[in-house]
Ligand binder design. Sequence first.
Ligand code: ADP
Length: 604
Amino acid sequence: MEPENILTTSISAAFDAVFTMSSDWSRMLHLKSTGFLQQTDTPVTDWLHQYIPQEDQARVAHMVREAVARKQRFRLIHRVRTANGGTGWALSSAVPVMDNQEQIVEWLVGSIDITESHRASDVTRTARQVAERQIRLYETITASTPDLIYVFDLNYRFTYANKALLAMWGKEWEAAIGKGLRENGYEDWHANMHEREIDTVRRTKLPIRGEVSFPHAVLGRRIYDYIFTPVFNEIGDVEAIAGTTRDITDIRNAEMKIVESENRFRNMAEGADVMINVTDGQGTNVYFNRLWAVVTGRTIPDLLASGWLDLVHPDDKIRIERLLAERTEKKLRWKSEFRIVRADGSYLWLLLQATPRFHSDGSFAGYINSLVDITDIKENEQRKNDFISTISHELRTPLTSATGFVEILQARAVSDGDQHAASMLTIVEKQLDKMTRMLHNFLNAARFESSNMHMRIERFDISILLHELEEELKATVTSHILSFKSREIWIDADKEKIAQVIHNLISNAIKYSPAGSAITIDCDIINGQLRLTVEDYGPGIRLEDQPLIFTRFYRVRNTQTKYVPGFGIGLFICSEIVKAHNGQIAVESWPGKGSAFYFTLPVA
Ligand code: ADP
């Protein structure tokens, strides 16, 4: 083989493409390749565009210019357009061929195809970049949490500690990592405990959770909650233990405060001479204080299991059950009086105040019921009632005879033509009439209390009764504008008592609404029942007082009603009479605007 040929052959064997360039690289003279780059036998002037992809053209051109100027060989890794039209990577070495005058005759260039290895290193580079990005991400996360995050190797040495943990130790990374627990300031007992836990996690391959309390350099004694988790290698063995620790001192302190305040409440509730019980949001009893057991003779577990409703006096039970259901459904505060049976079988009167309670998010949490013994007050009330009833009864006889004598005297004055005496006697008669009505009310109140109502049922047309009342009232009432509206409606009822109800409602409207205002009395059939409404434009009644005004002796105390005289029995009597007739009485009222009292009765 010719020496020249040997050279060309060995060069060709060492490179994947061999080519020659003109002295100034303006032309590629020819190129030989084994499939890596496009071969050519004829000179190519725009070799840069043909062989080099655009992103590397500037870099390659620059390198060439430098080399030509310095007449120096060079090496370059660059992208190439491969013979199959794709992009590859080449390591090219260019050597200038000189003549005797040290002038460049041409350049001899060899390129090695490094596409594969370059791609592989690309992959490692990308993998490294991804890993670095992830490390940065985790570093940011672990550095920004106040929780302590760390990793132990199987020899109990820290291989990672986040910023918070390093800060807690007061150490730099280099001083702490690779060190064991004791070297990082853990006391013996503490280090031993964690080392045993690391062993356990390693053996069981399961996480461990614990709580530990120890002093912090600055913050004093703190409580920590921690979790050790196994880190597995690719064959499933534990190769490290990752841990996180959270400072739960504040949570624990808050919990302790709640327990303390609950204990304080319990002590107060246990010592109080008020019966207290608490229910949850579902109405289940969750607490009874000791007094409940003392009064009822039941054990607290019994009370918790069966509640207190079956202890209520049979006469009060239906009313209380109804109130309980109604008020609880609307989650309202409510009050009521009723009797419950004592351990010895006797009854005591209680005043119940039921207060709804709510969680901090506003959801319903149940009721707190406090019950005070009002037996003494009730007995006093009874005595007062008996007294009033006796007095009323005693006064009735002289009053009846006084009324009789006044009537006789009046008749005589009229026949004698004594106008002066006659009109004075009319006034006396009206006053006696008022007094009689009052006594009537008192007596009725006492009678209703002992469920002793005597009824004289007859069939009558209510419009006639209303007409009589209208005549009577229009003659005597000048302070208000009364207007009556009714139609023929027949009912079976005690006429005198129904008249008393209507009279009481109208008297209240007159008593409580301003002089000169209108009062309307309207009677009609609604939903198949008689409905009589007395409406006024007075001060109205607040919602919370509305159910109470029908109870005996209840009077609303406010600036408008303070100076209006009364005993608080009028509406109680109305309500008892209406109920005895299987009717209902109620009020609709708008404070500041007025009230509409109405009752219903079955029609005949
Ligand atoms: P009394 O009028 O003697 O106080 P009642 O039993 O008739 O007793 O009424 C109970 C309470 O109801 C009254 O004290 C008053 O506060 C309120 N009330 C009754 N009727 C009206 C009304 N028409 N307007 C405003 N408040 C009224």
